[in-house]
Design a binder for this molecule. Structure first.
Ligand code: HEM
Length: 361
């Protein structure tokens, strides 16, 4: 691993900040691997996506498994996406999301609570119900602990990556519980419609991809809302606030790897595309009134054939969580902001960021 790769792995966000002014919007990470964020390159990649390969992330593949949808390609990938699309339609899950959100907001104490932990617990409960059809707090807590032990610290992530490259880091006991839950859901929930032979990898991928990013997006939206006077009283601006929060604080800083037939790997950087001064005026300023972005400049959910299949469900969740919280509570996000943290390629608010949600009386 060279110095650039080491910085990218250990100090992802400071590294991305350090290359922000590179005008080409393209940086070489190692011999045949590049980071790209110029809108023309991003547009060209997404347009030709079907012909590209999508090599696994070295950090995530030992967790999600080699058969995860995130790195399937060709016909297998297209078939899996066709199965998934109707199962993730937001209309199918609206009532469940509403019920879980109302309960979580009702249970929120009026004392300070860690914002990212609260949103993570809530979005995991939602995706758990979507995938399994039932609440199983014991299973979800075990899943969350397993994930935390592997992604909770950059140093640990790097140690795993370098000391045991490619080794799978699944936990057989947890896998058995997840599989049992997925197979026995009654009435059948999403997991019952997934291909049986790689069920473990797909269930873990959905639980992971379906909550970490949504939790982070919700926390950032609440953070920006509470820092912008008057926004809490303007529900008509909520979609614009969410979009601007996804621009300035994108939960996924990088999209998936793209590999050409010649073996060149290009990873689109969402974070850098959203902060490009040539595209966005005053890119570091939170401004929900911005004009629509040009093609290739706004990609919080990636694009091409890998465009996030959970996008609409995630937007529904963020909208409902933020709107329900603001309707019932006066929200104050406290503590100095401090630098954001990375978990895998996700960007999350620092754990010190707390929310105080006083009841509206
Ligand atoms: C705000 C919330 C979310 C964000 C920002 C987000 C972002 C992303 C991004 C950037 C990718 C990679 C796309 C690419 O490489 O071009 C992705 C893929 C994926 N996401 Fe999401 N996501 C979110 C929520 C969800 C939810 C709720 C689910 C599931 C219920 C989900 C499931 C997936 C899956 C399965 C993939 C892999 C798709 C493929 O490789 O074909 N995501 N997401």
């Amino acid at each position: 691993m060279n110095r650039t790769e080491l910085k990218l792995t250990l100090r992802l966000i400071p590294f991305l900040d350090s290359v922000e002014d590179v005008e080409d919007g393209l940086v070489r990470v190692r011999d045949r691997r590049w980071l790209a964020w110029h809108p023309d390159v991003v547009t060209a990649l997404f347009r030709t996506d079907r012909a590209l390969r999508h090599p696994p992330s070295r950090t995530l593949s030992p967790l999600l498994g080699t058969r995860s949808v995130l790195w399937l390609d060709g016909r297998e990938h297209a078939a899996y996406r066709r199965t998934l699309a109707p199962l993730l339609r937001p209309a199918r899950h609206r009532a469940v999301v509403e019920e879980i959100v109302e309960r979580a907001v009702g249970d929120l104490p009026e004392t300070p609570v860690s914002l990212s932990s609260w949103t993570r617990g809530l979005t995991l409960r939602i995706i758990g119900r979507v995938v399994f059809g039932v609440d199983d707090d014991v299973l979800l807590t075990a899943f969350s602990r397993w994930l935390d032990r592997r992604l909770g610290s950059r140093v640990r992530t790097l140690a795993h990556r370098c000391l045991t490259p490619g080794a799978t880091r699944s936990d057989p006991r947890l896998d058995a519980l997840l599989l049992h839950r997925a197979r026995t859901a009654e009435p059948p929930a999403l997991a019952a419609f997934l291909p049986a032979d790689d069920l473990r990898d797909q269930v873990v991928s959905l639980l992971f991809a379906g909550h970490e990013t949504t939790a982070s997006a919700t926390a950032w939206t609440l953070h920006w809302t509470s820092r912008t006077p008057g926004l809490a009283e303007r529900p008509d601006l909520l979609d614009a606030v969410i979009a601007e929060s996804l621009r300035l604080s994108p939960p996924a800083t990088l999209a998936g790897n793209r590999m050409s037939a010649a073996g060149m790997v290009i990873t689109p950087s969402i974070y850098l595309a959203h902060r490009r001064a040539a595209t966005y005026e005053n890119p570091h300023v939170f401004d929900p009134g911005r004009p629509p972005p040009p093609p290739g400049a706004f990609l919080p959910f990636g694009g091409g054939v890998r465009l996030c299949p959970g996008r609409d469900l995630a937007l529904l969740e963020i909208r409902l969580i933020v709107a329900t919280l603001l309707r019932h509570r006066r929200v104050e996000v406290t503590s100095p902001i401090g630098p954001p943290r990375s978990r895998g390629a996700a960007m999350v608010p620092p754990p010190s960021l707390t929310v105080v949600a006083t009841c509206r009386r």
